[in-house]
Ligand binder design. Structure first.
Ligand code: NAI
Length: 385
């Protein structure tokens, strides 16, 4: 049993608290906002009411779990924690000042982690006097339901800590993957073409959103098409991630955001939550029927698929993560029907190369450049698995 200190009682902090509490750990949850703490406690009570009704827990066990979370408005309660996980607002300066503050309270051996989606762990660790104990532990939303957790050692992180965290994350029933401290880690990097290439196809007028979504769900087996998914995530979130990944990669054209999405973002058409995004969610709003042209559908599906495969292959080429972790990340973090490297083998490495080279020769744009790993594999007659 460990004592976990969580900072930030919003969507992520509350979910992470639940994950640790229901696997036998004690949790102290700190937030500067008392209302956030009250809301977090009430939401957890509602969640457990449902779990008891579904007979997942007895009423006694549910109460015991809830009692193992202490909601605090002061950091003093962090003095004897084993691990701190920070899940506050995504702002580097605020995170740094919180890490500095926490380091003065916790024990010498306490591990300090951030749940950041987009900031570098190295930059957060630089605020600490013992940066070797700082690491990224990135949960997915909603944390109690999503199995994947990205573990991100920074350049300062001591050897062995990532493995210790991997074991700890497994002990709470999650699937950890270890990734380098680079923008978007695994999931938010490798998934970019799912959105970006779909939008590019739309902008070129090759097909409408209904048809592109239909190609990806019917031929690709994705649970949601790219436009449905972007509308679901919200363009405020999805556009900002795209923009931040692009900037963080020193403006690599591969990750260039689109004007179509930027305009939706500027207009406040965030998607489902605001009633309008790529689709209109007003009552009675009609959707067009997707095209039934098989040649067109295949073309769309293959173009987005090879772009995704290329990104996963490039992440492997650059040692961002190993083969298995790259595939686990996409199937468990964003529910892809298959790991992209496994998919590459099935699709044929030679086909991936030919499709991408064709796009590259047609557009002469850097975004379609083939990862060198694929060319090397073809020379050596290799597959990913
Ligand atoms: P949120 O806005 O729901 O919650 C943030 C909470 O932190 C609020 O309750 C706020 O009162 C509190 N807070 C802000 N500043 C604080 C401070 N200085 N000290 C203590 N508490 C403070 O945010 P959310 O969505 O839970 O995100 C938190 C972190 O998790 C961010 O770094 C975000 O990038 C990351 N993340 C978010 C995901 C998502 O889908 N929402 C997924 C994975 C990571």
């Amino acid at each position: 049993m460990k004592k976990i200190g969580i900072i930030g009682g919003g969507a992520m902090g509350s979910g992470i608290a639940q994950v640790f509490a229901q696997t036998g750990n004690t949790v102290v949850l700190y937030d500067t906002n008392q209302e956030a703490l009250d809301r977090s406690k009430q939401n957890l009570a509602k969640t457990f009411e449902k779990l008891v009704a579904k007979e997942k827990y007895t009423a006694e066990k549910a109460q015991e779990i809830q009692n193992s979370i202490e909601y605090v408005g002061s950091l003093e309660a962090f003095a004897d924690i084993d691990l701190m996980i920070e899940a506050i607002i995504e702002n580097l300066e605020i995170k740094k000042s919180v890490f500095k503050q926490v380091e003065e309270i916790v024990s010498e051996t306490c591990i300090l982690a951030s749940n950041t989606s987009s900031l570098s762990i190295a930059s957060i660790a630089s605020a600490c006097s013992k940066p070797e104990r700082v690491i990224g532990i990135h949960f997915f939303n909603p944390a109690p339901l999503m199995a994947l957790v990205e573990v991100i050692p920074a350049v300062q992180t001591r050897d062995g800590l990532a493995e210790e965290i991997r074991t700890l994350i497994q002990s709470v029933g999650k699937l950890p993957v270890i990734t380098k401290d680079t923008p978007g880690f695994i999931v938010n990097r490798v998934a970019r073409p799912f959105y970006g290439e779909a939008i590019r196809i739309l902008e070129e007028g090759m097909a409408n959103v209904e048809t592109i979504d239909f190609a990806m769900t019917s031929l690709g087996g994705f649970r949601m098409g790219p436009f449905e998914l972007m509308d679901f995530i919200g363009h405020d979130v999805n556009y900002r991630v795209t923009e931040s990944v692009f900037e963080s990669f020193f403006y690599d054209p591969k990750f260039k955001p689109s004007f179509s999405q930027k305009r939706l973002f500027e207009a406040g058409f965030y998607g489902r939550k605001s009633g309008r995004g790529f689709y209109n969610y007003a009552e009675g709003a009609e959707r067009k029927s997707p095209s039934q042209n098989q040649v067109l559908l295949e073309k769309i599906y293959k173009r987005i698929l090879v772009m995704l495969i290329n990104e996963a292959a490039d992440a492997l080429f650059l040692n961002i993560a190993n083969r298995e972790d790259l595939d686990t990340a996409m199937t468990k973090g964003v529910n892809y029907p298959k790991g992209l490297l496994k998919w590459a083998d099935e699709y044929g490495i030679e086909n991936v190369k030919n499709d991408l080279d064709e796009l590259y020769h047609y557009y002469h744009e850097d975004r379609y450049r083939l990862s060198p790993i694929i060319r090397n594999m073809i020379k050596e007659n290799k597959t990913f698995y």
